[in-house]
Design a protein around this ligand. Structure first.
Ligand SMILES: [Zn+2]
Ligand SMILES: [Zn+2]
Length: 377
């Protein structure tokens, strides 16, 4: 049984064109990768007996409600709006709402429509997407990261497995079974290590190594005094089975100008020799963390249940549901058009972070919306 929509029976719709790639005008997108449809909101609203039109209207109303409260003319605004739908066959679908009066303005609302990963999609244009949990935890992070690293390790030739030379100092982070041992290690022997790329923000919040504290930190680094971003970077490093981590504020003696000059020169080698760079891209300071609540903590994956319930009549599609969520600008599928992919994130404004990103062989962005993987291939 193929997953074609007519099986569950709407008449072919002349408004949404059934979101059927084949019915979209060939010259409506780039002709190869994307096709586009522009529809007045009111036409979608007036479309009778089409489940797909109804689903789009439902998604818009679901995500528009908070705006409606503050925007008394919102209903009139919607009535005169254009809906632009961007289709990529087999991918998720992007739905943007534009004011008809001001076509040069930014879209008023940007949504992604998709099918959940445990459901069949009878509409190829509503491809399957994973749920994005509102709060990122370590196990979700590991599930994302481990296969990417494994794939990069086995299939990509450009990753250098042996870092050389080693940084002068590293944090020894111990392992998951013994998380208590945490200390600064001087002149470490050849070992894989991770690196952190982060925003300092308010300098007083940054935990640093100084001439006065280095002796104590070689003995032990008190976990509770570390800001959340550092703690998260340590947890991520441990869960990858790596025992060492480089953080600028701890591995360079911050009140020693000569040490700072010597170590900052090595920065290129430090990042290019790293097993993985952990980029706290969504964090404006070290207190914000990597494993944290996401920017859109509500309204993830709204289930368009009335569409789902109509489909219950066909046993084949009982598990099927269309979903919608705010479009994530961090998502690689959409970010290609919005380079840099992590635009608007706090770390992006820091010049050094750009260097750290370019120098790293492999990097994971902890963006406020999603995790984004980058490697050289
Ligand atoms: Zn329709
Ligand atoms: Zn790779």
């Amino acid at each position: 049984m193929t997953s074609t929509f007519p099986n569950i029976g709407p008449p072919r719709c002349d408004v949404c064109l059934d979101l059927d790639w084949g019915r979209m005008p060939e010259d409506s997108g780039d002709g190869y990768w994307e096709r586009r449809l522009k529809v007045p909101y009111q036409s979608l609203r007036d479309s009778k007996d089409c489940q797909i039109c109804a689903a789009i209207i439902y998604a818009i109303s679901e995500f528009s409600n908070p705006l409606e409260i503050f925007h008394t003319g919102f209903h009139q605004f919607l009535q005169s709006s254009q809906i632009r739908i961007f289709l990529r066959d087999g991918w998720t679908t992007k739905v943007l709402i534009w004011s008809d009066q001001d076509p040069l303005a930014e879209p008023y609302l940007e949504l992604e429509m998709y099918s959940s990963s445990d459901s069949l999609s009878p509409i190829p244009a509503l491809g399957v997407a994973n749920e994005v949990p509102a709060t990122l935890d370590l196990s979700t992070c590991a599930c994302f990261l481990v296969p990417h690293i494994r794939n990069c390790h086995t299939s990509h030739s450009r990753y250098r497995a042996k870092p050389s030379p080693m940084p002068s100092r590293l944090l020894y982070v111990g392992c998951e079974t013994d998380p208590t041992c945490l200390r600064l290690e001087l002149l470490p022997t050849l070992q894989p290590y991770t690196t952190l790329s982060h925003c300092w923000g308010d300098q007083s919040a940054v935990f640093t190594t100084t001439k006065a504290t280095i002796e104590d930190l070689v003995m032990e680094i008190p976990w509770k005094r570390l800001p959340k971003t550092f703690q998260d970077a340590i947890s991520i490093t441990r869960c990858l089975g790596i025992h060492y981590l480089w953080i600028d504020s701890l591995c360079i003696i911050q009140d020693d100008a000569s040490d700072w000059i010597v170590e900052s020169v090595k920065m290129a080698e430090i990042y290019s020799g790293s097993y993985l760079t952990i980029a706290a891209t969504g964090a404006s300071s070290p207190t914000s963390g990597c494993l944290t609540t996401r920017w859109h903590e509500t309204d993830f994956g709204v289930r368009i249940s009335h569409v789902d319930s109509r489909l219950q009549s066909d046993r084949l599609f009982t598990a099927y549901g269309i979903k919608a969520r705010y479009l994530s600008k961090a998502h690689t599928h959409f970010a290609g058009e919005l380079h840099p992919p992590i635009s608007g994130a706090p770390l992006w404004n820091r010049a050094w972070a750009f260097q750290e990103r370019i120098l790293s062989n492999r990097l994971i962005h902890f963006h406020g919306e999603e995790m984004v993987w980058e490697c050289r291939e």
